[in-house]
Design a protein. Structure first.
Length: 253
């Protein structure tokens, strides 16, 4: 186990090193798979390019995402190993603020990891965690990986699914099932970011706490004002401008 106290607080990359340690600790405890570490590395590269801060475009996407979750009839938050290692408490808080269910969904599914993620979420305050155990899972059409197995009471029935750090194939399959999909993905060019209904181009460790805060504020508003926020949001504009930040180009505000 690596001791995060070893990172000097004045180290220029202290934050991103601390995030790495959450991942490596998750790997050592069995939450995260080795492929998850590599996926994080891809995300880190994009985070470096966007300046390791949440852009105004990401903040707009977060507002729209909160509105969509609050307006949904059956919102579900999908959790994989990296998400459970990086922000378990904030995911539970978001589920509480938006009355969403939480479902474990793994690319590399095995019972041990399912239970480990469930345990992590429960330690952080979750009551019910779907997608775990012996029950009969249903299959998302068109997908061949283990990720096609979904809980019949969760993602299968959901109208809105929040799938942070998701794979492109599954995002497309969920869209094909007429679900609205929200993602957090640092890569604006990934198939997930390109195909989701709302793409938050930001690091999950920054955006999920912001989603919690925003949902807490927006749930005081009327459904009509939430609809207005949603209707004013344009995901293509959001992605295009996030890409401009990465390319060092001037953005339209
Ligand atoms: P896609 O399948 O959508 O085309 P991909 O195959 O490039 O994307 P995956 O491994 O399927 O990538 O998904 C992981 C995604 O999560 C990557 O786009 C990566 O940039 C992003 N990512 C990794 N770590 C983080 C993080 N901490 N915050 C936000 N996004 C992240
Ligand atoms: Mg992929």
């Amino acid at each position: 186990m690596i001791d995060t106290d070893l990172i000097p607080s004045n180290h220029p990359r202290a934050k991103s090193l601390a995030i790495r340690h959450l991942l490596t600790n998750g790997f050592n405890s069995g939450l995260v798979v080795s492929e998850g570490l590599i996926a994080h590395g891809r995300g880190e590269a994009f985070d470096y390019l966007i300046g390791e801060k949440t852009s105004t475009f990401a903040l707009d996407a977060i507002k729209a995402a909160s509105s969509l979750l609050l307006l949904a009839e059956k919102p579900v938050i999908s959790v994989n190993g990296n998400v459970a290692a990086l922000c378990p408490k904030e995911i539970v808080d978001l589920a509480y603020e938006t009355s969403s269910s939480i479902e474990v969904n793994l690319f590399y599914r095995n019972k041990k990891r399912e239970y480990l993620i469930e345990e992590t979420l429960k330690k952080n305050g979750a009551n019910v965690v779907l997608g775990v155990g012996q029950k009969e899972f249903l299959k998302i059409p068109e997908l061949t990986s283990n990720r096609r197995h979904v809980d019949p009471e969760g993602i299968f029935l959901a109208d809105v699914v929040f799938v942070p750090l998701e794979d492109g194939d599954r995002t497309q399959a969920l869209i094909n099932m007429h679900k609205k999909v929200i993602t957090v993905d640092l890569n604006p060019l990934s198939r997930t970011a390109q195909n989701a209904t709302i793409s938050i181009i930001d690091n999950i460790v920054r955006s999920v706490p912001e989603l919690v805060k925003t949902s807490r504020q927006l749930k005081q508003k009327s459904p009509n004002s939430l609809l207005k926020i949603l209707n004013n949001f344009n995901n293509k504009y959001n992605i295009d401008n996030s890409l401009k930040i990465i390319r060092g180009l001037k953005c339209e505000q």
